[in-house]
Ligand binder design. Structure first.
Ligand code: ARG
Length: 304
């Protein structure tokens, strides 16, 4: 991460007023996802916790690599892997990291590739792929699909016997854009202390609307940070209160597509503090990288 982004990141997640209008909001101010709620089981079946020596440090998303109901490719943020990985694993099908459920699998990461134009000083092109040692099997109900979130469709979640599902997230079409105001969901475990390595055990999620990119660029310009309209998108509330935060990086920002399936529109990238008024979270705009992602899948997946 750049000096500027790290410096501001260290200001942490607290400060902003929390929106406690949601009855089930879990009060974890100053910790992971800010102003969010505990994720419903099976809401984010593509999310993985990326861990080093068993400690969570970033999120990621499983993507479909071909027709098989398995994947060995995870999308994450470049800044999560830029300094190299040691004893990295990903946990899929996880919810409470302290109490692994029956469906949870942990697989070693054998390779990480960040975007060749990733710039740690500006956080431009903050995207990377991880190649897993062996593919993670999907156990979604509909073969060949993606983005099927049973947890976000509660009437369907009863069809599940037990444990957690693993499903790939859908990718957006190349250069697809998200309309301003579209409600999206960010999810993650996050760090519980600034600069520390304590993880939130429970997967949290928060709903954040997309904010007009010119407006986001204006907000960040005053902080000396350039928002690239093709490479980044901003989501959050002008008044603050709800946001992703440190340790949610690399994790998914999804929006439902036309068919109700969830599409990975963003990858949690950076912010200034968390949930502050006038400083929405910044996400890598996934639709800008579709050819690159497909190329990495062809190069590195063994599950094609
Ligand atoms: N860079 C942070 C990380 O590594 C993500 C911060 C997201 N910040 C925000 N305010 N949305 O986890």
């Amino acid at each position: 991460m750049s000096g500027v982004v790290v410096a501001v990141g260290l200001l942490g997640c607290g400060g902003a007023e929390m929106d406690l209008d949601q009855v089930d909001a879990v009060d974890r101010m100053g910790q992971e996802i800010v102003g969010g709620v505990e994720a419903r089981p099976n809401s984010h079946p593509w999310i993985v916790s990326i861990q080093s020596y068993g400690s969570h440090f970033c999120g990621g998303s499983l993507v479909r690599v071909g027709a098989r109901e398995e994947s060995d490719i995870v999308l994450t943020a470049a800044h999560c892997v830029y300094d190299g990985l040691s004893s990295a694993t990903v946990a899929a099908g996880a919810h409470d990291l302290s109490r692994p459920a029956s469906g949870q699998t942990t697989v070693r990461v054998v390779r990480s590739v960040y975007h060749p134009s990733y710039d740690p000083d500006t956080t431009l092109n903050d995207i990377a792929i991880l190649k897993l040692e062996k593919p993670i099997k999907f156990n979604q109900p509909v073969a060949g699909s993606c983005g099927d979130s049973l947890g976000m469709r509660p009437n369907l979640s009863t069809q599940l016997a037990s444990g957690f599902t693993t499903t790939p997230v859908c990718l957006p079409a190349a250069n697809e854009s998200v309309s301003d105001g579209t409600m999206m969901t960010a999810a993650g475990w996050g760090l519980t202390r600034e600069g520390g390595y304590d993880t939130s055990n429970i997967l949290m999620q928060v709903g954040v609307p997309k904010i007009n990119t010119a407006e986001v660029a204006n907000m960040y310009r005053s902080q000396g940070i350039h928002i690239d309209p093709y490479a980044m998108l901003g989501a959050g509330y002008r008044q603050g209160g709800k946001d992703s935060c440190q340790g949610d990086s690399g994790g998914p920002l999804v929006a439902p597509g036309a068919n109700g399936r969830y599409v990975l529109q963003g990858i949690t990238s950076f912010g200034i503090g968390c949930a502050r008024a006038g400083l929405p979270g910044i996400y890598t705009r996934v639709s800008n990288y579709i050819p690159w992602i497909n190329q990495q899948i062809r190069l590195y997946s063994s599950s094609l």
